[in-house]
Ligand binder design. Structure first.
Ligand code: GAL
Ligand code: CA
Length: 320
C-alpha cells in the first residue's frame, strides 16, 4: 500500500505547477515587426539571472495566438506576457487566464477598459500614443513656420499625406488624431491628399507612397504612424527623384529604431519620437516576475509609476 501512496504522491507533485520552476511565457503578434522585436529582445535580456522566458510568435493570427496561450497555460507557466494580435480579443484571453489563475501582462496593444476590469491579475504596459502624436505635430508645425519654402505651392496650406498603422490599433488612431490636433492648435492649415493604412510595414508603405505620388504632385509633408512606414515612404520618394540631388520632403515617423536614427543622421527622416522598448520590456518583465511569485506588483517593487494596473512609459523627443 505504501508504494501506491508514494506513486500517487509523486504523480501529484509532478503535475502540480507549484512544484515546477517558475516560467514566464511571452507571445508577440508577429515575428517581423521591428519595434516589437526590440521589445522581445529586451524582455529576453531582462530575464538573465531571473525567471526564464519562452517566446512564441503568433504570425498575425489571433486564432494561432489563442492556441499558443492555451498551450502556455497547459504547460504550467507561472505568468504570461501578451502582445495581442487583435486588441479586442483581450477579453477572451483575460477570461481564459483568469479561469486557470495564470496572471497576465498585456503589452503594446491596449485592451479595452471593460476587459481590463475583468480581473485584478491583468496589467498593461504601454505608452500614451496621444503624446507621441502631439510631439510630432508640434515639431512639424515649427518646421513649417521656420521653413517658408516647405509650402511648395505657396498657398499657405500644408498638403499632407498620412501613413497609418493597423486600423483599430490605439497607436494608429491616437497618434494621428493628436498630430492633427497639434497642427491645428499651432494654426497650421492642412489639406489631406491621402491617408491609408500600411499596417506598420515598410514594403506596404513604399507601395502606398508611390501611389500617392502618382495621384498628386503637390505633396508637401508625410506623417507616418511609425518609423518603418516612414522609411518605406522615403524609399518611394527616393525612387521618384526626391532627396539627394532632388527636392526635400519632410517625413516624420515614430519609434526611434536604429535605422530611423540613421536615416535622420543621413538627412532623410526629419523627426521621430522614441517609443521606449527597453523600459516597456523591463516594466512588463518585472510585473510578470512578481505575479509569477504570487506577489502583488507595486511602484516600489517594479520601479515604475503605476496608474492602477497600468504602467505608462513616457515617449521621448529625439533631436539630433
Ligand atoms: C507600435 C509601434 C509600431 C508597431 C506596433 C505594433 O507601438 O510604434 O512600430 O511595432 O506598435 O503593435
Ligand atoms: Ca501648400
Amino acid at each position: 500500500m505504501r508504494w501506491l501512496l508514494l506513486v500517487v504522491t509523486l504523480f501529484f507533485l509532478s503535475s502540480c505547477t507549484v512544484e515546477e520552476e517558475p516560467l514566464i511565457a511571452v507571445t508577440i503578434f508577429r515575428s517581423d515587426d521591428a519595434f516589437m522585436n526590440e521589445v522581445t529582445a529586451q524582455i529576453e535580456a531582462e530575464s538573465a539571472g531571473g525567471i526564464p522566458v519562452v517566446v512564441r510568435e503568433a504570425e498575425s493570427s489571433q486564432e494561432v495566438q489563442n492556441q499558443i496561450i492555451s498551450d502556455f497555460i497547459e504547460s504550467g507557466c507561472s505568468a504570461i506576457i501578451v502582445n495581442s494580435v487583435d486588441r479586442t480579443a483581450s477579453g477572451l484571453i483575460i477570461e481564459k487566464c483568469r479561469k486557470q489563475d495564470v496572471p497576465l501582462v498585456m503589452i503594446n496593444r491596449e485592451p479595452l477598459k471593460e476587459d481590463m476590469a475583468k480581473w485584478d491579475k491583468v496589467y498593461y504596459v504601454g505608452a500614451r500614443a496621444d503624446v507621441c502624436g502631439r510631439m510630432a505635430g508640434n515639431y512639424l508645425a515649427s518646421y513649417w513656420k521656420s521653413h517658408s519654402k516647405a509650402d511648395r505651392n505657396g498657398d499657405g496650406i500644408m498638403q499632407l499625406v498620412i501613413l497609418k498603422g493597423e486600423t483599430g490599433h490605439q497607436d494608429s488612431e491616437l497618434r494621428t488624431e493628436y498630430f492633427l490636433q497639434a497642427l491645428a492648435e499651432n494654426g497650421v492649415r492642412i489639406e489631406r491628399l491621402g491617408e491609408e493604412s500600411a499596417n506598420w510595414q515598410r514594403g506596404e508603405a513604399r507601395e502606398i507612397m508611390t501611389e500617392f505620388l502618382l495621384s498628386s504632385d503637390g505633396i508637401e509633408a508625410v506623417f507616418s504612424n511609425n518609423d518603418m512606414m516612414a522609411l518605406g515612404a522615403i524609399d518611394a520618394l527616393k525612387e521618384a527623384g526626391w532627396f539627394d540631388d532632388g527636392p526635400y520632403m519632410p517625413v516624420i515617423g515614430c519609434d526611434g529604431i536604429e535605422e530611423a536614427i540613421q536615416a535622420m543622421e543621413d538627412g532623410y527622416l526629419l523627426y521621430t519620437v522614441k517609443n521606449d522598448a527597453e523600459n516597456q520590456a523591463r516594466a512588463a518583465y518585472r510585473i510578470a516576475s512578481l505575479l509569477a511569485e504570487d506577489e502583488v506588483p507595486d511602484e516600489d517593487s517594479i520601479g515604475y509609476e503605476m496608474d492602477g494596473r497600468y504602467v505608462w512609459i513616457p515617449y521621448q523627443e529625439i533631436v539630433l
